[in-house]
Design a protein around this ligand. Structure first.
Ligand SMILES: [Zn+2]
Length: 882
């Protein structure tokens, strides 16, 4: 999942001899062929090379054309479609089982649905269903586009499963329905195109200078509970609403070196919202994989380090709370399809003596490592998963029923009994989005038919109720409760150093990803925990309609700022030629009070029907009303988003958000920044959350084709300075704040600069923060809210300027206004942190006036993976505020 490599030798195609050694194929991949196989085309015949061959990468289109041919030639395979991708491809997948099972597919799907959603299902009937049913196993490849081996394997795996007549494969076809899923079709083709273009050139193994997905690249495996990306939603729907698999196997290719593949059991800590039986199944399957590797003479399988299961945004962990045994593997990373050679001297010191362990009993000794090897390891792992499913078919089905029943029973008798979410909230659109995303994850949501009272609070009819007493109740609890990450420094002996051992030695152990995510808090949606069962009539919710509209007539309307969709309406109205303003102060109109920042629209000569259309499209409610005394007119901003050649996931998330909210913008390359005259082209420039060095310096000469070398450089910094001086607004997020702090001689310091990890640490948690809601950057925010803090910047304003220009004679006049602060009290809302006293009372966001323009410094990521819908408003305000 993260790139760590020790490259000792690469064998580029230009040096490669055709007589290279044959691929080391596993025993599992070398299956005996049936007579029927003679009529079935092999991948090699269809494609002209064997998937996994050196110097070849299949595109999605090639792989899919083989899938469709195979399905056409065999009655043991179907190809189905789960929806469109971000780039408009169809997301197709294979279904493989015996011909007889495929004829009864609807029945088997129904059995799986029934045992997975066991409301009203008695034990005896569940046993009969488990006896009759087939285990459904989801295997995907290619989620991370550059981790090429798993997706390259899928055509060969399909062929082997369809044609194999050995005992193991026959048993798999009889007992299992296998779903073979290309998890990121766009990325598979993007990466293949890049590699195949560079094969035989000096840039054969160059990193790809853009994301392997229209929006976010690698973060596609952090999106699963939120489901922002259409591919995530397609997969969530397929597994959690349609197929209900017993096992989901999500394959990756970033093994901890020098191990050849990482397999479960997982690293610590274990998420407490996973049923113990599911944890056991995961370990059992991982151990069966390990056994298969050593049976096949494939050394180097390692377990129980690095990859923990704490964060539920992974494609694997999202289904743990759906009572699915999710399996992650990480085969050793490979430079696309170019062979590499390693010796023991290339290994990290602790592995040079080839020490064996319970979780690493057959160390890899070094040697050549090819794409074909990685593909063969993945083939062994897939066959081991399917073999477990075939052998334990009944137990897997019955345990899924049992776990679902236990979860429902547990939350009938203990809190949290569920969550109450009022429908009418300041941010109505984010409230609706939260409910929709929970529905997309298979969660049952109800709407109260009558008003009701709970713990002294009266809730109106229409309030959403999400009970935990449902089969996927643990998933719901995991997403809604506040996380309490265990302090792994305490009682360290019980972990035996097996938690990210590279970070041990007394310092806090770094989790693999964020430690706190409580989604309603990130989204700014108010909710209450049910401390007892409710008795109120309810109806089931299928979808949420925002019901935007226009009340009253005349030429002047008001709408509120706190709804995130207000920015969509404002942009659309400005584009349509309306006059749009912000109220400068709170005011009252028509018997209602309005906050500062309320939008005031004068439709002018805009066609009458357009206003209603915009209200309907955005879900915003406009009320006729006149402008208060003091307002500020808005202009449609010309927005530029810096997009360099070190691909930035955060720039991808901003792109995603702008598309979702209908915000027009333009990408600006490094050369575009360097060429200057930026104020002629843009009103606002955004530097996403990316290391300053990546923005400034980019790729080094020789590592990528010449067109993609370098960053914005000194020239770009000067151009940005001139842009702000001439009246432009520069928006910096988290890491990119370092650029103005270091290079613009601002009287601002980051108080965390140089602070050691054991003194302050907050690796992705939700913290309390206070917002100055009279300041236009914080319009629409509550006075007390949260920020998502991950390796953030925290500001202190100094009398004297810092940075490299501190002693320069003529400095810009600078005025600094704090917009958000950490309160002087315990800060942690959800997750884990140490050292919060270091940042209490300090500024989290600043509005810096510089020359004629402004620099907005957000010391946290305002929009965290398009999950932090609450603070996302600060980013929106930064686009319009002048
Ligand atoms: Zn990965």
């Amino acid at each position: 999942m993260q790139v760590r490599g020790w490259v000792s030798a690469l064998l580029p195609r230009s040096l490669f001899l055709a007589a290279a050694a044959a691929l080391a194929l596993s025993a599992a991949a070398a299956l005996a062929l049936s007579p029927a196989a003679a009529q079935v085309t092999s991948p090699e015949e269809h494609l002209g090379f064997k998937p996994g061959a050196d110097f070849h990468l299949l595109t999605y289109e090639e792989a899919l054309s083989y899938f469709e041919r195979l399905a056409g030639e065999s009655d043991r395979m179907l190809v189905l479609d789960m929806g469109e991708t971000s780039e408009g491809r169809r997301m197709k997948y294979g279904v493989i089982s015996s011909a007889e099972n495929l004829r009864r597919l609807d029945r088997y799907r129904e059995i799986n649905r029934r045992i997975s959603l066991p409301q009203g299902l008695e034990d005896a009937e569940a046993r009969l269903l488990a006896e009759e049913g087939k285990a459904i196993v989801w295997i995907d490849g290619g989620l991370h586009g550059t981790e090429v081996a798993p997706a390259q394997l899928l055509p060969q795996l399909a062929y082997d499963l369809v044609t194999g007549e050995d005992r193991q494969t026959v048993a798999i076809r009889e007992n299992v329905i296998a779903l073979l899923v290309f998890a990121n079709p766009d990325g598979m083709t993007i990466v293949s195109d890049w590699y195949m273009k560079n094969v035989g050139t000096p840039y054969e193994t160059s990193p790809i200078p853009w994301l392997y997905h229209k929006y976010v690249g690698h973060d596609n495996n952090r999106d699963s509970f939120m489901g922002n990306l259409v591919e995530t939603r397609n997969m969530n729907r397929a597994h959690s609403l349609e197929w209900f698999p017993e096992i989901l196997y999500n394959q990756h290719q970033t093994g901890p070196f020098p191990a050849r593949i990482w397999i479960p059991p997982d690293a610590e800590p274990t998420n407490p919202n996973v049923h113990p039986l599911i944890v056991r199944w995961k370990s059992l399957i991982g151990t069966a994989m390990g056994k298969a590797f050593d049976e096949n003479g494939q050394p180097g399988a390692i377990s129980r380090i690095r990859y923990d299961t704490w964060y539920p945004g992974y494609a694997t962990q999202v289904v743990d709370g759906h009572n699915v045994a999710s399996i992650l593997t990480e085969t050793q990373l490979y430079r696309y399809a170019t062979p590499q050679h390693f010796t023991v001297n290339d290994f990290p010191e602790e592995h040079r003596d080839l020490t064996k362990g319970v979780f690493y009993p057959s160390p890899w000794l070094g040697g050549w490592w090819r794409l074909g090897d990685a593909v063969a390891y993945n083939a062994t792992a897939c066959m081991a998963v399917l073999d477990v499913a075939a052998r334990y078919r009944f137990e897997l089905l019955y345990d899924k029923y049992k776990v679902g029943r236990e979860v429902m029973e547990r939350f009938r008798g203990e809190p949290p009994y569920g969550y109450i979410v009022p429908r009418e909230q300041p941010d109505r659109s984010s409230t609706a989005l939260l409910v929709e995303r929970m529905l997309g994850n298979g969660i049952e949501v109800y709407s109260a038919e009558d008003a009701f009272e709970h713990n002294g609070i009266r809730y109106p009819a229409g309030t959403f109720i999400l009970p935990t007493s449902q089969p996927f109740g643990l998933f719901l609890k995991n997403i809604f409760e506040r996380q309490s990450y265990p302090d792994l420094r305490k009682y360290s002996h019980i972990w035996q150093g097996l938690v990210n051992p590279e970070d041990w030695e007394g310092a806090p152990l770094r989790p693999y990803d964020g430690v706190g995510w409580t989604l309603p808090i990130q989204m700014g949606v108010k909710y209450w925990e049910m401390t007892s069962l409710l008795t109120v009539p309810v109806t089931k919710v299928d979808s949420v309609d925002l019901e935007g509209g226009v009340a009253g007539g005349g030429g002047s309307y008001l709408f509120e700022h706190a709804d995130n969709r207000s920015v969509s309406a404002a942009m659309a109205l400005l584009q349509a030629g309306a006059t749009v303003r912000w109220a400068d102060a709170p005011f009252a109109a028509g018997g209602r009070s309005y906050d500062a920042g309320t939008y005031v629209v004068e439709t002018g000569r805009m066609p009458a029907g357009r206003l209603r259309e915009i209200a309907r499209e955005t879900g915003v409610r406009l009320t006729s009303g006149s402008a208060p005394g003091s307002t500020t007119a808005l202009q449609l901003p010309r927005i530029g988003l810096h997009t360099g050649w070190v691909a930035s996931m955060d720039a991808g998330w901003i792109t995603y958000i702008f598309d979702e909210y209908g915000i027009p913008f333009e990408r600006v390359t490094n050369a575009g920044i360097r060429s200057g005259h930026l104020a002629d082209r843009f009103d606002v420039l955004i530097l996403a959350d990316q290391d300053a060095a990546q923005i400034l310096e980019g790729h080094r000469i020789g590592t990528v084709p010449p067109d993609y070398v370098g960053g914005i450089g000194d020239e770009g910094v000067l151009a940005l300075k001139a842009f702000v001086r001439e009246g432009g607004r520069l928006v910096c997020n988290n890491s990119s704040c370092d650029i103005p702090i270091e290079h613009f001689a601002l009287p601002v310091v980051d108080v965390l600069d140089g602070v050691p990890a054991d003194s302050f640490n907050c690796p992705g948690a939700l913290l309390r923060a206070d917002f100055d809601t009279r300041h236009p950057l914080a319009y629409g925010m509550p006075e007390r809210d949260m920020v998502f803090f991950s390796r953030g910047r925290v500001f202190e304003v100094r009398e004297e300027a810092g940075g490299e220009e501190a002693s320069a004679p003529a400095r810009e006049p600078v005025v600094v206004e704090p917009v958000a602060r950490y309160p002087d009290e315990p800060l942690l809302l959800s997750g884990w942190m140490i050292g919060d006293e270091r940042i209490r009372g300090k500024a989290a966001a600043l509005d810096v006036s510089y020359g004629e323009g402004k620099i907005f410094l957000f010391g946290f990521n305002t929009h965290n993976r398009a999950q932090a819908r609450s603070t996302m408003r600060l980013l929106f305000n930064a686009l319009l505020y002048r």
